[in-house]
Design a protein around this ligand. Structure first.
Ligand SMILES: [Zn+2]
Length: 184
């Protein structure tokens, strides 16, 4: 099995648009892609124009069939997850180790399998997880300098009641993405 290029994962999780993926596909090594994508390879390249609905089906099939060691390839950069049996704090803790805690609801986590870093908010008021993918450099800044991204700074649900003026409005840009189905 070949390593699966990041572009394929990004396309499957809908972060790389079809047109951009097609352009990338034209330039990428054909043999690797044929073995990873199977018949989807022809489907994407042969069509005169992009058929978004057909490709969406292809993506869903790949979500189910592509081998992966952990959930990270399917989590979008700003991933929201509901809370159910597979996403209790104990279950999340099996897959991700805590690198640094900012407060009881905000942590820097690292995937135990692939090493990817995530700045994570655990909303116990409206029940949900907010996973934000962070680079190694960003993770280092958090770890060494206590320099946290401002993603959750205004979100009341993940801070103690300290009198600061925050909002119940969830942080912008987070999506349920495809990961909800595959963790089920
Ligand atoms: Zn991972």
């Amino acid at each position: 099995m070949h390593d699966i290029p990041d572009e394929i994962w990004a396309w499957i999780r809908r972060e790389l648009p079809d047109e951009g993926f097609r352009t990338w596909l034209w330039r990428a090594p054909e043999e690797t892609l044929r073995s990873v994508l199977g018949s989807a390879y022809e489907n994407v390249l042969s069509a005169d124009s992009v058929d978004a609905r057909a490709l969406s089906v292809v993506k869903d099939e790949l979500v189910a069939s592509l081998p992966r060691a952990c959930a990270c390839p399917l989590l979008v950069t700003k991933q929201w997850l509901g809370i159910w049996a597979k996403t209790t704090p104990a279950m999340i803790g099996r897959s991700f180790e805590s690198v640094r805690k900012r407060n009881p609801w905000l942590s820097l986590l690292r995937c135990r399998t692939c090493g990817e870093f995530w700045y994570v908010a655990y909303d116990t008021v409206d029940d949900g997880w907010y996973f934000e993918r962070v680079t190694k450099d960003r993770a280092r800044a958090i770890g060494e300098d206590d320099d946290w991204p401002d993603t959750f700074d205004e979100f009341e649900n993940v801070w103690p009641n300290d009198g600061a003026d925050r909002s119940k409005e969830p942080p912008a840009g987070f999506l349920a993405g495809v990961a909800m189905t595959l963790l089920d």
